[in-house]
Ligand binder design. Structure first.
Ligand code: FCB
Length: 467
């Protein structure tokens, strides 16, 4: 692996991030890579970890591709030292990972598990020793099964248990973390987990999903309050998946559909967090029960907002629907490649929410049908995807959005939830039979781009203008 590989060795001039983008992103910008616990750790029954809803869900017939689970995944729990060395080799500033709640508190309430806590202690220290800033997320979908047995996120009590867990982590790791986020993508937990049934726990009940979304936000608010009370100096926030929304046509029906989609996907979380209320939209059929005081908790000030962006939402009411243009094609997930949506989204948010805190793009990336051939993975499509999204990000920054960093999803190929191991998002290829890691061309490109950004900041006048 090499972080000093010259751009000209492997990439063409058109692969380079423009001088304007490099200048715009600037020197205080954080370059990172991201993962989550269940998708990489494996070791699900090691050192006292309790079962999670994803262990249960993946064991049920027909839930995931080939019945695959995260039982082994990237075996990161055992290989973390090598993985940290690999992260450092990429030359990134920061690493985003999540803490497995059932590893540190096997039943989700009551006793904490020292061996689980020790793992994250060592990981954080190992990252810091190599100059990598650790950014942690408390909940990336692996709820302790014991809490699910009592109703999971449908039970208001779970929000209070989450705050106890959050407080324990802030006290244990907060002195060394660069940031701590409560939730990753609560929309996915609520809608994919409880309305569509595609993710754990696999429920199909829209009213329950609405209530779950409220309990997730409430748990965020309770956790923020508990962590602030603990006196931690660690920046605290939340990570939301967001998209721009495009109406397929100018018809009133499509315009209304686009507004509803935006309300369901973006405003459903942003309005409570920044305005203390749920969006009202004629297209939304289910609202949760909200108790007095909930909204005040949910509105607790954030130190940062994490945004995960993959694609736009395309709103068409025609039958059959008008398809999205897919001018730049689609990823291996079938998601439209639409980098402009990142700029549209961010510029729109700034206009709609004047109190927006600093933003990190905590996930962005693509699944690609990668092939490993003689030690090389020529994933030019991924290089193109990332370059275009970074250009869009720089444009949003130029338009005044306070963007502090970018984390590529994902560091390495991993367990992609219901898609199992079939979808590869990594900068690093993983051979699941041998656990061999191989840097893809995109990893070399990302390293070189980061090095270029640093050179640009040191000596901007030396950089040829192009693109
Ligand atoms: C996001 C998830 C992440 C990964 C990517 C592809 O929604 O946060 O775990 O699955 O999508």
């Amino acid at each position: 692996m090499s972080s000093t590989l010259s751009m000209t060795d492997r990439f063409t001039a058109s692969d380079r991030l423009s001088a304007a983008a490099l200048r715009q992103l600037g020197d205080a910008f954080t370059w990172g890579v991201a993962t989550s616990a269940y998708q990489i750790e494996g070791a699900v029954d090691v050192d006292g970890r309790g079962p999670s809803i994803w262990d249960t869900f993946a064991s049920q017939p027909g839930r995931t591709v080939n019945g695959e689970s995260g039982a082994v995944a990237c075996d990161h729990y055992r290989r973390w030292k090598d993985d940290v060395a690999m992260i450092a080799g990429l030359g990134v500033d920061a690493y985003r990972f999540s803490i497995a709640w059932p590893r540190v508190q096997p039943l989700g309430q009551g006793l904490f598990n020292e061996r689980g806590l020790d793992f994250y202690d060592r990981l954080v220290d190992g990252l810091l020793e190599r100059g990598i800033a650790p950014h942690a997320t408390l909940y990336h979908w692996d709820l302790p099964q014991a809490l699910q047995d009592r109703g999971g996120w449908g039970n208001r009590d779970t929000a209070f248990h989450f705050a106890v867990y959050a407080d324990a982590i802030a006290r244990r790791l907060g002195d060394r973390l660069a940031s701590l986020a409560t939730h990753n993508e609560p929309w996915c937990t609520a809608v994919l987990g409880h309305e569509i049934g595609k993710f754990a726990p696999g429920e199909r009940d829209p009213q329950l999903a609405a209530q779950v979304s409220h309990h997730l936000l409430l748990s965020h608010g309770l956790a923020m309050s508990a962590m602030r009370a603990s006196g931690t100096a660690c920046p605290l926030g939340i990570v939301l998946n967001q998209s721009s929304v495009t109406a397929a046509t100018a018809s009133a029906a499509d315009q209304a559909a686009a507004a509803t989609e935006y309300a369901r996907f973006v405003r459903w979380y942003m309005d409570p967090l920044f305005q203390g209320r749920y969006p009202q939209d004629a297209g939304i059929a289910h609202y949760p029960q909200v108790q007095d005081g909930d909204m005040a908790l949910i509105q607790a000030p954030l130190d940062f907002l994490g945004i995960n962006y993959y694609a736009r939402i395309w709103a068409s009411r025609d039958e059959p629907p008008v398809p999205p243009p897919m001018a730049l094609g689609a990823t291996d997930m079938g998601w439209e490649i639409y980098p402009d949506g990142l700029r549209e989204l961010l510029v729109g948010l700034k206009a709609q929410y004047p109190d927006l805190p600093p933003i990190f793009i905590t996930e962005n990336g693509m699944a690609n049908a990668d092939t490993l051939d003689h030690g090389r993975v020529p994933d030019h499509a991924r290089i193109d995807y990332v370059r275009r999204h970074l250009e869009a990000l720089a444009q949003a920054k130029a338009a005044g959005v306070d963007i502090r960093g970018y984390f590529y999803w994902s560091l390495m190929d991993n367990y992609e939830w219901d898609s199992g191991y079939a979808k590869r998002f990594g900068l690093v290829h993983v051979d699941y039979a041998t656990q061999q890691r191989t840097l893809k061309d995109s990893a070399h490109w990302y390293s070189a781009t980061i090095a270029q950004a640093r050179r640009h900041v040191d000596a901007p006048a030396q950089e040829p203008v192009h693109g």
